[in-house]
Design a protein around this ligand. Structure first.
Ligand code: ACO
Length: 448
C-alpha cells in the first residue's frame, strides 16, 4: 500500500492493462490516495492503519460488530456458498458424504484433509474407540449434579474438568500430545453426554461397548437396560451417524470462533472445547431446534399455520428454523434432514408435528415476505422432530450437536495453532465512553 499526496482526479480505467488486484481509496480528510492489495477477495484490515490524518493519529480501523464482514482466518476445512446453498468439507459435497461416509471417516477428513485409506481408517476408529472410557472420578463429578441439571451445563463442566485429568494436554505444540487429546475428545464426548442423560433419569451409567460403531455405542450408553448385549436399531444408528456428519463442521460459526479464540491463548484443548460447548448452548446457535419444536407445538394444528405466518409477517413472532446468517438459499443440510425424518418415522412412528412443519414451509416458500428476504429452512427446522421421535428430551438437543461438532472444533483448533499468521485473538474497540475525569469522594457526589 502506497500513500500518495495529493489525490489525482478520479478516473475509471477498466482496460485489461490497467486492471490490478488492488483497491484504491481516497481519504477525503487529507486528499491522500492509498492502494491496497486484494488477495482472496479481501483487503488486509491492518493496511487501513496507514491511513492517518497526522503522525500521531492511530490510523483507520474497520468497525464490524458481530463480524458480519470480517474474515478472521484462512481455512482449508469447510466451504460454504450461502447464496447457492453449498456446503463442502475439504472439497467434498455434504450430500455425498451424508450418503456414502460415516461420521468417524468424515471426522478424519476434517482433521487431516484427505479421506483415509483402509488402514488409516481402521487405526483412527481403533484409537477413538479405545478412548471412550472416562475416569471414574469424572463419573463421581457428574454424580454431584442435581437430577434436573441441564445436560449442556454438565457437559461444559465435565469437558473442562478433563483438562485436570490430562495435564499433558497443555503441550499443544507436541504433535503426539495433540493427537492423543483429539482421540480423547472425540471419543469421550458421547460418553459424557450419555452419562449426563442417564443421570437426569436416575439410571445407572452404561459403559462404552467397543464392539459397536460410534453412534451405535452412543445409543447403547443411552438406552441399554437389562440386556446382556445392546443391539442398536440399524436405521436409528445410521440416522444418528448422518446427523453427526451434517453437524461436524460449519466454518467460523459462534462456537468454532470461541474454540479458536480461547485456543489462541494456548489454553489446553479441553478448556477451549468447554468454551466452544458453552457458545453452542445459546438458543441462537445450538438451541434453535428446541425453539422450532416449541413453535410447532404452540401452532398446534395445520389449520393454524396461516394465522401464525401472519403474526410472523407482522413482526410479532419469528418463524424459528427459518433464515440463516450465511445461507440465503435452502440450507443443504435441511434437505437431507427432511428425508431422514421419514426414515426415522418408519421405525418410531410418525411425528404429528411434521404436518405443521411442512405447511409452514409450503406457505413460507410461496410468500413474498420470506421470498424477498431469502428466508429458507435451516438445518434446525427438521432436526428437532427427528430427535423428539427418537425419544430425546429437548434438553439433549444441543448435546446432540456438541458431540459431532467436536471434530470440527479440534480440526479448526489445530489449523489455528499451526497457522503462522495467527496470534492471540484480540479485537479492537471503538471507545465512546467519558474522557479523563477526576475522582470525587463519595461525600462530595451529588445526591449525597
Ligand atoms: N422469521 C421471520 N423473519 C425473519 C426470520 C425468521 N426466522 N429470520 C430473519 N427474518 C427477517 C428479519 O426480521 C429481517 O427482516 P427486515 O429486513 O424486515 O428487518 C430479515 O429477515 C433479515 O434478517 P436478519 O435478522 O438481519 O438476519 P441475521 O443474519 O442477522 O439472522 C438468524 C439470522 C439469527 C438465523 C435469523 O434468521 C433467525 O433468528 N432465525 C430463527 C432462529 C434460527 O432458526 N436459528 C438457527 C440458525 S442455524 C444454526 O445456528 C445451526
Amino acid at each position: 500500500m502506497n500513500p500518495t499526496n495529493p489525490a489525482p482526479a478520479a478516473k475509471t480505467d477498466t482496460s485489461e492493462a490497467s486492471r490490478r488486484e488492488s483497491l484504491s481509496v481516497v481519504d477525503n480528510r487529507t486528499g491522500r490516495q492509498y492502494e491496497f492489495a486484494i488477495q482472496n477477495g479481501t483487503i488486509r484490515a491492518g493496511d487501513l492503519r496507514k491511513i492517518k490524518t497526522s503522525e500521531d493519529d492511530f490510523g483507520l480501523m474497520s468497525y464490524d460488530p458481530a463480524f458480519l464482514n470480517t474474515a478472521s482466518c484462512t481455512s482449508r476445512i469447510t466451504y460454504i456458498d450461502g447464496e447457492k446453498g453449498i456446503l463442502r468439507y475439504r472439497g467434498y459435497a455434504i450430500e455425498e458424504l451424508a450418503e456414502k461416509s460415516t461420521y468417524l471417516e468424515t471426522a478424519y477428513l476434517l482433521m487431516y484433509g484427505q479421506l483415509p485409506n483402509r488402514e488409516q481408517l481402521a487405526d483412527w476408529v481403533y484409537h477413538i474407540t479405545h478412548h471412550t472410557f472416562i475416569h471414574e472420578s469424572i463419573k463421581k463429578f457428574l454424580d454431584g449434579f442435581h437430577y434436573d441439571a441441564h445436560p449442556m451445563g454438565m457437559m461444559i463442566s465435565a469437558v473442562a474438568a478433563l483438562s485436570t485429568f490430562y495435564p499433558d494436554a497443555k503441550h499443544i505444540f507436541d504433535p503426539a500430545s495433540r493427537q492423543k487429546q483429539i482421540y480423547r475428545l472425540i471419543g469421550k464426548m458421547p460418553t459424557i453426554a450419555a452419562f449426563a442423560y442417564r443421570h437426569s433419569l436416575g439410571m445407572p451409567y452404561v459403559y462404552p461397548d467397543n464392539d459397536l460403531s460410534y453412534p451405535g455405542n452412543f445409543l447403547n450408553m443411552l438406552l441399554r437396560t437389562t440386556e446382556l448385549k445392546f443391539r442398536p436399531n440399524p436405521t436409528l444408528e445410521r440416522a444418528l451417524d448422518v446427523l453427526f456428519i451434517l453437524h461436524a463442521d460449519h466454518e467460523q460459526n459462534c462456537s468454532t470462533s470461541a474454540m479458536r479464540g480461547v485456543g489462541s491463548s494456548h489454553a489446553d484443548p479441553y478448556s477451549a472445547t468447554a468454551a466452544a460447548t458453552a457458545a453452542l448452548y445459546g438458543p441462537l446457535h445450538g438451541g434453535a431446534n428446541e425453539a422450532v419444536l416449541r413453535m410447532l407445538m404452540q401452532i398446534g394444528a395445520k389449520g393454524s399455520v396461516p394465522a401464525y405466518i401472519q403474526r410472523v409477517k407482522a413482526g410479532e413472532e419469528k418463524l424459528m428454523g427459518f433464515g440463516h446468517r450465511v445461507y440465503k438459499n435452502y440450507d443443504p443440510r435441511a434437505r437431507i434432514v427432511k428425508r431422514l425424518a421419514y426414515e426415522v418415522f418408519e421405525v418410531m412412528g410418525r411425528n404429528e408435528l411434521i404436518d405443521i412443519a411442512l405447511e409452514c414451509e409450503r406457505i413460507a416458500l410461496e410468500d413474498e415476505y420470506f421470498v424477498s428476504r431469502k428466508l429458507y429452512p435451516n438445518v434446525d427446522f427438521y432436526t428437532g422432530l427427528i430427535y423428539q421421535s427418537m425419544g430425546f428430551p429437548v434438553t439433549m438437543f444441543p448435546v446432540l450437536f456438541a458431540i459431532p461438532r467436536t471434530s470440527g472444533w479440534v480440526s479448526q483448533w489445530q489449523e489455528m495453532l499451526l497457522d503462522p499468521e495467527q496470534k492471540i485473538a484480540r479485537p479492537r474497540q471503538v471507545y465512546l465512553g467519558p474522557e479523563l475525569r477526576s475522582y470525587v469522594p463519595v461525600s462530595e457526589r451529588s445526591g449525597s
